[in-house]
Design a protein around this ligand. Structure first.
Ligand SMILES: O=C(O)C(=O)C[C@]1(C(=O)O)C=C[C@@H](O)C=C1
Length: 294
């Protein structure tokens, strides 16, 4: 039976592109409407793996993903896909010649945030509507040919939903990439991409600090520093238990070994920190596509 992979759908989202690039035709693709639905489905065993966005180079973390994983349904990260993101402005073909009269722009909040410079210049004061994904926005535009609405989405979405790209590559900065996590209920899932090569090994930890202890974060960092463990990310998120209560997501640039990472974790625990392993996995990168700016 094929592996079932859920992802933030519908078809032709960036998450879907990441799934296609990593898994090819090997798996059964299961589009879901929201990130929590993807996480619930894998936690409940309805699918084997879920692929969800975690971080964008221009807009930062996808907070919903980490918040839902930390507070609601704990799962492990068993792999990571890093994909280039090219945002295009698209309308229904009926509105091809009047696209500049658009009065409503529809997309995922992250996609809109990645294109603020273009939107500010071309559509100052316009209304934005937030969709569950860029693909959902494109699907909506295709079903409402008479509304003066445009979507921001990728090239696959324009093809899938029969839309016309009237401005390509509208994201504010050329280096625009998003990370996607592959999630599973246990620490390891035996699958290797046949199409992409792994280019990095990572371990992600969640760390809570002991309350009211001066220099605690400094001590946490030094547990990694003196072991020469390279950190590629440290980010704080609210615990949702009170103002000023935060946890940290820390990415270490290596797989869990027998000595260094267990030693750092033991040191943090001795300091009174809470430490949880969120995953130890390989990261894979997708190459840039070829669409040029119009
Ligand atoms: O809406 C999509 O197409 C998604 O896959 C989600 C998402 C995100 O959550 O950041 C993924 C990549 C882009 O950065 C924009 C949107």
């Amino acid at each position: 039976m094929a592996i079932r992979v859920g992802f933030l759908g519908p078809r032709a989202t960036f998450t879907h592109l990441a799934v296609e690039a990593y898994f090819g035709n090997d798996v059964e693709q299961v589009p879901m409407t929201t990130i929590p639905q993807c996480i619930d489905a894998v936690a409940d065993g309805e699918i084997d793996l879920a692929v969800v966005p975690t971080e964008n180079a221009l807009e930062g973390s996808v907070n919903l993903t980490f918040d839902y994983l930390i507070h609601e349904r704990p799962l492990y990260i068993v792999g990571e896909i890093v994909s280039p993101i090219e945002q295009h402005f698209m309308v229904h073909p009926k509105r091809r010649d009047e696209w500049e009269n658009t009065t409503r722009i529809y997309s995922h909040s992250h996609a809109i945030a990645q294109c603020h410079k273009f939107l500010h210049k071309k559509f100052k004061g316009i209304t934005y509507d937030y969709a569950t994904s860029t693909g959902a926005a494109a699907q909506y535009v295709s079903k409402h040919p008479d509304e003066p609405v445009a979507a921001i989405a990728n090239e696959m979405a324009a093809k899938e939903y029969g839309l016309e790209i009237v401005r390509a590559n509208i994201h504010d900065y050329t280096y625009n990439h998003t990370r996607f996590a592959i999630l599973h209920p246990s620490k390891k899932f035996d699958y290797r991409s046949q199409t992409l090569l792994s280019d990095k090994e990572k371990t992600t930890l969640m760390v809570t600090l002991p309350s009211d202890q001066s220099g605690a974060l400094h001590q946490v960092l030094s547990a990694f520093t003196w072991r020469k463990l390279n950190l590629s990310k440290i980010e704080s998120r609210p615990m949702k238990t009170g103002l000023g209560n935060y946890f940290f997501i820390i990415d270490i640039d290596m797989l869990v070994d027998e000595i260094l990472i267990p030693g750092a974790i033991a040191e943090l625990e001795a300091l009174g920190c809470g430490v949880k392993l969120l995953g130890s996995y390989e990261a894979y990168s997708i190459k840039q596509s070829t669409m040029q700016e119009s």
